[in-house]
Design a protein around this ligand. Sequence first.
Ligand SMILES: [Zn+2]
Length: 94
Amino acid sequence: MVDIHLEAIEHTHQLVGTNYASTGDIPKDHDIFYRCDECGDFVPSVPKRNLGCRCGNVFVDKDYWRLHIGDMSKMSVLRKNSTPRRTQSGGQRI
Ligand SMILES: [Zn+2]
């Protein structure tokens, strides 16, 4: 039951990493999402409630702040692009 618009996420998120060795290595933040490559669902890394993908490969246990991954090779970590990039020479905005 993940009611997120996948197309919007595809356009505004960039790949952080995949094929992690353990769940302890996987980043977690308000702009981090997990994508299950098995079913294609997106799961927020810090959801408001326990949330998992539809096939059960990726599950975030909000109560214990634990991440459960069935097959590590079938999940990707994505980061939301919160601000438009400004790569003009010189200035670096914070
Ligand atoms: Zn899945």
